[in-house]
Design a binder for this molecule. Structure first.
Ligand code: NDP
Length: 433
């Protein structure tokens, strides 16, 4: 704690994991002797760098760039890049730490890492975003590579930004390699990668509720956010005939009792890059409310937070429970505060933790890496089928780990234990490095 005093998000993520690992360490004293936990909470390497760029008025701007290479015990570092003004080292470390366990859960050979910048793409022209991405990659290229560290998208980084970064990497190194995932389909991207996190989330939640005799059909669902994860979660929910009644962005939320029109959201967010408040112009029967937290006061059966960290606090969780919500699936990373998770548990709300529930994105990124290495492209159906199998396996492995260590069907603990065991075994066998 002393070493990371000013990094509350990182401490929150570490504490949540370490608490669930106590019985595991008791059963594996050799991990204690080998300092596995002490090593696991310390990144192997972190790089912080200057990102200078010139805006449209010709003024020089300077942002800060980060890449944290957390753990490479089971494969090359893998994890997204986030562009958001709130980014600092504590956010990147929390995300990188979570990524170790998530990547392990996918069953694929990928280690944990994360990166980003405090650059805010909102309101910037395409040219400004391109110049920023080029400057960011001009430093980052020294540390990444197809077998070393493979970044992807996250908040504020989508296909456009990945494309600009990839172009710059290729220009500097002259190498046409799978150094980033989430690439455009014309230059090595994988089908289903865009949809993967949202689809995977819904596949996972479906497994979780099916085990308790529920189905998604006709359930009222609230999905926060309106970015990559939220949009494709909503699309898949609608394929399952669930009714999505609310979505949000950082300014506010919309409520549409007839069911959200996802085509309008895609147009507003993916094409026009506008605010969600514009939705009501096309659908005047819907309501728009300022402030994003209010979305959790809406009565629903299932809640899928898919915007950002700590978006559901204790009060929001209580409100969800009071309104009869029976399942929560985390699309964003660490969206529920520790107090909120306690409220879910004491109210017997089924809870799908982010590490497991949103692992579909990185799993499909690993499938993109495989296709790049093989110089092949799989069809949409092939990748989607693999994604469904991966999500089902993650669910089974989390339940098994929770059962094995006496935690019943607690998926949050199960995810931490299942993710940990593979990495710990690899670290143990590789010696003190
Ligand atoms: P996007 O940038 O595409 O969308 C983010 C959405 O969340 C936007 O609607 C944004 O609103 C909202 N949001 C962002 N920051 C805040 C904030 N501080 N307060 C309120 N709302 C906010 O990102 P993604 O959909 O890719 O990511 C969403 C979450 O999912 C993140 O936690 C990310 O780490 C996680 N995730 C993403 C994966 C992926 O494959 N993309 C994989 C696994 C996890 P606005 O536009 O107003 O900023």
């Amino acid at each position: 704690k002393k070493r990371n005093l000013n990094e509350p998000e990182f401490l929150q993520a570490v504490q949540e994991v370490l608490e669930s690992l106590e019985p595991v360490i008791e059963m594996h004293p050799e991990y204690k002797d080998a300092g596995i936990l002490e090593r696991m909470v310390e990144p192997e390497r972190q790089v912080i760098f200057r990102v200078p760029w010139v805006d449209d008025k010709g003024i020089v701007r300077v942002n800060r760039g980060f890449r944290v290479q957390f753990n490479s015990a089971i494969g090359p570092y893998k994890g997204g890049i986030r562009f958001h003004p709130s980014v600092y080292i504590g956010i990147i470390k929390f995300l990188g730490f979570e990524q170790i366990f998530k990547n392990s859960l996918t069953g694929l050979p990928i280690g944990g890492g994360k990166g980003g910048s405090d650059f805010d793409p909102k309101g910037k022209s395409d040219g400004e975003v391109m110049r920023f991405c080029q400057s960011f990659m001009t430093e980052l290229y020294k540390y990444v590579g197809a077998d070393v560290d493979v970044p992807a998208g996250d908040i504020g980084v989508g296909a456009r930004e990945v494309g600009y970064m990839y172009g710059q990497f290729k220009r500097i190194t002259g190498s046409y390699e799978g150094v980033l995932t989430g690439k455009g389909l014309s230059f090595g991207g994988s089908l289903v990668r865009t949809e993967a996190t949202g689809y995977g989330l819904v596949y996972f939640v479906n497994e979780m509720i099916k085990a308790k005799g529920y189905e998604l059909k006709d359930k009222k669902v609230v999905v926060s956010g309106s970015g990559n994860v939220a949009i494709y979660a909503v699309q898949k929910l609608q394929e399952f005939n669930a009714k999505v009644i609310a979505m949000s962005d950082s300014n506010g939320y919309i409520y549409d009792e007839k069911g959200i029109n996802i085509a309008t959201i895609k147009k507003l967010k993916e094409v026009e890059r506008k605010r969600i408040s514009e939705y009501v112009k096309e659908h005047p029967h819907a309501e728009y409310h300022e402030g994003h937290r209010g979305i959790w006061n809406i009565k629903c059966d299932i809640a899928l937070p898919s915007a950002t960290q700590n978006e559901i606090d204790e009060n929001s969780a209580r409100q969800l429970a009071l309104n009869g919500c029976f399942a929560v699936g985390e699309g964003s990373n660490m969206p529920s505060t520790p107090e909120a998770i306690k409220v879910f548990q004491t109210n017997n709300i089924l809870f799908a933790p982010a590490k497991a529930a949103n692992a579909g994105g990185v799993a499909t990124s690993a499938l993109e890496m495989s296709q790049n290495s093989m110089r092949m492209s799989w069809t949409f159906e092939e990748v989607d089928f693999k994604l469904q199998e991966i999500m089902k396996n993650i669910y089974k492995n989390c339940i098994k780990a929770a059962n094995d260590y006496g935690f019943g069907d607690n998926l949050a603990v199960g995810a931490n234990i299942a993710g940990f065991l593979k990495v710990a075994d690899a670290m143990y066998k590789q010696g003190v490095v």
